[in-house]
Design a protein around this ligand. Sequence first.
Ligand code: CTP
Ligand code: MG
Length: 212
Amino acid sequence: MTAVIAAAGSGERLGAGGPKAFVPLGGRPMIDWSLDACLASGSVTAVVVAVPAGYAHHLQDVVTVDGGRTRAGSVANALNAVDTELVAIHDAARPLLSPELLDDLVAELVANPDADAIIAAAPVTDTVKKVDGDRIVETLDRSVLWGAQTPQVFRTDALRSALRSTDAVTDEAMLIEAAGGKVLVHDPGVANLKVTTPLDLRVAELLLAERG
Ligand code: CTP
Ligand code: MG
């Protein structure tokens, strides 16, 4: 499996004055946590990272590609450098990635030959409202709602053909769903938080320090 890491975002909401993936987290650039997990996974044979302009030289021993204008564009660029049967798409913004999570996803996908993909996801804990402007128009049934995370592991052929049919997505699993494919969910069971705001950065720092 090739691990693709989307790391080309600008980190507007974090507001750290530079691209989020390269902001210090526990004494090293945020992306290093995800990179270490990918390189320690027995399932991963190659890593491709989509980086912001001017940042390729920060990474050694991995393939880098130019980021796109959107996350989907960055992932599409990275996919051009993938030649393995399976591909994992992961956001550098989720630094709590573990090799075990990657390996668990791969094992479950391999055990389900009819599935095209499997994603890390967890049941939502908030009650989710559909809002139009500032007015609630619907309360969704929480018992069937899951929050999609990364990593998301795909049969590469399935992802490539789904990519041809649609664009403008917030995750790659949507493409397979839209194409009528089968996507499994896997609850990591441990924190796999996404760093978006300065508060998230502090929480991630504490959790990584606790992990040791
Ligand atoms: N990403 C990317 N290419 C882009 C935009 C985002 O590779 N053109 C990556 C980010 O680096 C991140 C992941 O996609 O790892 C999820 O995006 P997000 O959390 O939104 O990160 P940013 O876009 O950097 O943050 P913001 O939206 O606050 O600017
Ligand atoms: Mg963004």
